[in-house]
Ligand binder design. Structure first.
Ligand SMILES: NC(=O)c1ccc[n+]([C@@H]2O[C@H](COP(=O)([O-])OP(=O)(O)OC[C@H]3O[C@@H](n4cnc5c(N)ncnc54)[C@H](OP(=O)(O)O)[C@@H]3O)[C@@H](O)[C@H]2O)c1
Length: 267
C-alpha cells in the first residue's frame, strides 16, 4: 500500500517506552500527533519537545483508558476538533508477572481492560471514519509471547496478547481492499519501564539484552504500518523464537518459552 501522507496519528501510551518512540518516528516523517497516557505532565513535556524538534502539531489528551467511558470521551473530543484520525496506534499496555493466583485480581482485571478492551473499543470507534475516507491504518502492539501457546508465570498477560494477535489477524483480513490496514507489532523483551512495572527483570527472557531498542522497533513499525504490512516482529532472535513457537509439536516450544519465562531462583 502507498504510505499515508500528512496523517494525524493517535498514539496511546505515548509518554515513554515503545509508544514514545513510535510517536517520534511518525513525527520525524512530518505527521501530526495526538498523544494519550495518564500522566499529563510527562505527556506535555514529550509533546513540547517533539513539536520543537519536528515542527509537527502535537495534541495531548491525558486519561486512563481502563476507566469506563474514557475511550468514547476521547473519540468525541477528537471528532469535535474536525481533524480525523488517519492512523491509530494501540500501544498502551501493561504486564503482570508471577503466579496467577498470587496476583491481585483488580490489577489483573485492569490489565485485561487496557490490553484488550480499550484497544478493541478505540478500534471500533475510529475505524468507521477511516473506512468512509478509504484511508487509514491501525497499528496494534501485541507481543512475541503470542507466538507461544501459553506462558507460565504471566499466564493472563500472555493470553491478553493472544487476543491482540487474533483480533489483528482477523480484522486485517476483513479489511482487505478497503484502504484501511491493520498491522500487528510483536516486540520481544525490550528495555523499557515495562520491565519494572511488570516485574520481569528476573525472567530469563529479560536477562540477555540482545533485542532491538524501542527506537529500532519504532522505525520498523512505522514502515510496516505505512505500507499496510500485516505483521512485524523486530529482531532476528525474536523472529527465530516466533518461528519456533509456530513449529509442531508446539508443546516443545511451550516448554522452551516456559523456561524463558522462569524467574531466577524459581523452579
Ligand atoms: N517492554 C517489553 O518488553 C514489551 C515486550 C512486548 C510487548 N510490549 C508491549 O509494548 C507496549 C508498550 O509497552 P512499553 O514497554 O513501552 O511500556 P512502558 O514504557 O511502561 O509504557 C507504557 C505506556 O502506556 C501508558 N499507560 C499505562 N497504563 C495506561 C492506562 N491505563 N491508560 C492510558 N495509558 C496508559 C504509560 O503512561 P502512564 O503510566 O502515564 O499512563 C506509558 O506511556 C505494551 O502494549 C506492552 O505490552 C512490551
Amino acid at each position: 500500500m502507498e504510505p499515508i501522507e500528512k496523517a494525524t496519528v493517535l498514539v496511546t501510551g505515548a509518554s515513554k517506552g515503545i509508544g514514545l518512540s513510535i510517536a517520534e518516528a511518525f513525527a520525524a516523517h512530518g505527521h501530526d500527533l495526538v498523544l494519550i497516557a495518564r500522566g499529563e505532565k510527562a505527556l506535555q513535556r514529550v509533546a513540547d519537545r517533539i513539536e520543537a524538534e519536528s515542527g509537527v502539531e502535537v495534541r495531548v489528551i491525558s486519561g486512563d483508558l481502563t476507566e469506563a467511558g474514557v475511550p468514547q470521551k476521547l473519540y468525541k473530543q477528537l471528532e469535535q476538533s474536525g481533524k480525523p484520525i488517519d492512523i491509530l496506534v494501540n500501544n498502551a499496555g501493561v504486564g503482570m508477572s508471577g503466579l496467577f493466583l498470587e496476583g491481585d485480581y483488580s490489577k489483573l482485571s485492569s490489565m485485561l481492560q487496557l490490553n484488550m478492551l480499550a484497544l478493541t473499543q478505540l478500534t471500533h470507534l475510529f475505524l468507521p471514519q477511516m473506512l468512509n475516507r478509504k484511508r487509514g491504518r491501525i497499528l496494534n502492539v501485541g507481543s512475541l509471547v503470542s507466538y507461544f501457546t501459553g506462558g507460565p508465570n504471566w499466564a493472563a498477560y500472555v493470553a491478553s496478547k493472544h487476543y491482540v494477535r487474533a483480533l489483528s489477524t482477523g480484522l486485517s483480513k476483513e479489511l482487505k481492499g478497503s484502504g484501511v490496514a491493520v498491522t500487528l507489532l510483536s516486540p520481544g523483551a525490550t528495555a523499557t519501564d515495562f520491565v519494572k512495572s511488570a516485574d520481569t527483570k528476573d525472567m530469563l527472557a529479560y536477562q540477555v539484552p540482545i533485542g532491538p531498542s524501542p527506537e529500532q522497533i519504532a522505525k520498523l513499525a512505522y514502515h510496516a504500518c505505512q505500507t499496510g504490512k500485516k505483521s512485524v516482529i523486530p529482531g532476528v532472535f525474536n523472529k527465530i523464537l516466533a518461528f519456533m513457537g509456530e513449529l509442531h509439536p508446539r508443546n516443545i516450544a511451550f516448554e522452551v518459552f516456559g523456561f524463558l519465562s522462569n524467574k531466577k531462583g524459581s523452579q
